[in-house]
Design a protein around this ligand. Structure first.
Ligand code: B12
Ligand code: SF4
Length: 461
């Protein structure tokens, strides 16, 4: 048995603090393999470096595992870009000064640019992709003094559903995130088979859906509810609704068990009708976050979304009919955007009845995506441009400021249309100050019957 100290470096509170699920899954696998662990969440510990040093010294680990979730806040409009790697580097240096143990890094941010981040952080070892199985072998090799490659690739052999690890929640952390954001996260499947040109998710999780056994995930949820008092969940699947319909089997099982939980997640706005929504609602679905991404067929095609704006409107209408709030996330300025498509998109926004729309300007260019190649070809960025610092794609057919002005002009008309993203964040901050928790955007949508009420922090516990 070895001693492994896990550190989650993520301190982002936008749009709200999220439970360090990656660290929890790694922790669960290590404990299952017989190791002793400490999970240290820098955010929940008040970002105290002193507490970190004390915890590290008291535990005297054989190996340290660092979980890296975000690189930046992917918001081109923010006054100041939030770039999280500098702080991760400071934390890595603190670890170095306070323990001789080797340090292994992993996580979604790390997987987006593994070599560059490993070098920037100056750490010993990195695991790309899903890490729960590889990390156990690497910890054992390191403790035994065996040679370990600097970078190991968990994506070479994607895990089967049975091999995927369950999170090891901790009450202290659950209490913190329930109080801060009113929800805890869990995953029901990995991967995405779609090929949207800007997206890293298939690269992170694989380009096939790998659903877990519905009853196993529902057991996990029941355990989380019973042992930790969690009753509001975010399913972190890249896309919850898969064309094969595994999501419906999952919802059926969840509804059958009648746990009385509520949940939300990311959806693709295609092929979700009233029947599907009714089933999901009966299992606790209370809101949908829709990856609508663009508001005209031209730009939907430019992003290779594989659905049309008519599909978006059909899903929106079904949500309205079933009285389930939905938020559409849009990005203006992407491939093939022109003033004509911006105007068409803004007119289309007006057709999204009774729901929330968040707009972003530009698309963060990430390596390994088709958008990166296109940005180079169109001379939006130089081929040798380092992508650790944010770079955004804007269609060469538009001037950014002029486009932003057009979006602002339309979006200021309604409070449920939110642009720029910092505007939404400001409102969330105010609501949180008054004790409200949860997604919060869903409170902008009202229906005549069946009103939901806002949940105060104290009620969430
Ligand atoms: C769901 C999700 C959200 C939801 C989260 C809701 C919730 N309550 O949890 C919402 C919409 C709120 C959200 C917000 C944001 N997100 Co987000 N999100 C995701 C998503 C789809 C899944 C994350 C997840 O939980 N996965 C499940 C867990 C189990 O997987 P995991 O953490 O990756 O862990 C595995 C491996 O990475 C690895 N691993 C993890 N840690 C470690 C540690 C070691 C030592 C090892 C060896 C391995 C290892 O093993 C784990 C198990 O296999 C990812 C994309 C993706 N498909 O991964 C983006 C992603 C993480 N998000 C991203 C970003 C940028 C953000 C925001 C900053 C955007 C914004 N400005 O709003 C915020 C930040 C929120 C915050 N407070 O941190 C980026 C981060 C990288 C980057 N580009 O910076 C990602 C990767 C998407 C992308 N654009 O590429 N997000
Ligand atoms: S944007 Fe959504 S649907 Fe498209 S590839 Fe990414 S996760 Fe899949």
């Amino acid at each position: 048995m070895s001693k492994v100290f896990l550190l989650s470096t993520n301190v982002t509170t936008e749009p709200y603090p999220v439970y360090p699920l990656g660290m929890a899954v790694i922790a669960g696998a290590l404990v299952e393999a017989g190791h002793q662990i400490v999970q240290f969440d820098f955010l929940a510990e008040g970002q105290s470096t002193q507490a970190l040093v004390e915890a590290l010294r008291n535990f005297a680990p054989d190996v340290v595992c660092l979980s890296l979730r975000n690189i930046d806040n992917v918001d081109s409009f923010a006054q100041e870009t939030a770039w999280y790697l500098a702080q991760a580097k400071e934390l890595a240096e603190i670890l170095r000064r306070n323990t001789p143990a080797p340090i292994v890094v992993g996580g979604s941010a790390f997987t987006v640019m593994p070599q560059a981040i490993l070098d920037y952080l100056g750490l010993d070892y990195g695991i790309v992709g899903e890490g729960e199985r590889l990390v156990c072998g690497i910890v054992e090799s390191l403790v035994a003094g065996h040679e370990v490659p600097r970078l190991s690739d968990g994506q070479l052999r994607p895990l089967s559903a049975e091999q995927m690890g369950a999170p090891l929640y901790e009450q202290r952390l659950v209490d913190f995130y329930q109080a801060e954001s009113g929800q805890i996260n869990i995953q029901t499947k990995r991967g995405c088979p779609h090929q949207c040109v800007y997206c890293t998710y298939p690269g992170l999780e694989g380009n096939q859906f790998r659903p877990q056994d519905p009853s196993a995930v529902v057991d996990e949820i029941a355990r989380a509810q019973r042992d930790f008092g969690i009753d509001s969940f975010f399913f972190t699947d890249s896309v919850f609704n898969d064309a094969q319909g595994h999501y419906l089997q999952f919802a059926e099982e969840l509804a059958r068990r009648d746990l009385g939980i509520r949940w939300t997640g990311f959806f693709r706005p295609q092929g979700i009708g009233r029947e599907e929504l009714r089933l999901m609602k009966s299992s606790g679905l209370y809101a949908l976050e829709l990856g609508t991404d663009a508001a005209s067929d031209t730009t939907l095609n430019g992003l290779r979304k594989g659905f049309s704006f008519a599909d978006v409107l059909a899903v929106n209408a079904a949500c309205v009919a079933e009285e389930i709030p939905a938020a559409h996330y849009l990005m203006f300025g992407g491939p093939d955007e022109s003033y004509a498509s911006v105007r068409e998109g803004l007119q289309n926004v007006e057709r999204i009845a009774n729901n929330v729309v968040f707009a972003f300007s530009g698309i963060r260019i990430l390596p390994g995506t088709e958008l990166h190649g296109r940005a180079i070809r169109e001379q939006v960025i130089e081929a040798e441009r380092e992508l650790l610092m944010p770079a955004y794609y804007f269609s060469p057919q538009i001037e950014v400021e002029k486009m932003n002005d057009l979006i602002l002009e339309t979006f200021k008309q309604r409070r449920e249309w939110i642009f720029p993203p910092s505007e939404g964040q400001k409102r969330l901050t105010v609501m949180r100050r008054f004790g409200f928790r949860g997604l919060l955007w869903d409170t902008l949508v009202s229906y005549k019957k069946g009103r939901r009420t806002l949940k105060k922090a104290q009620d969430a516990n």
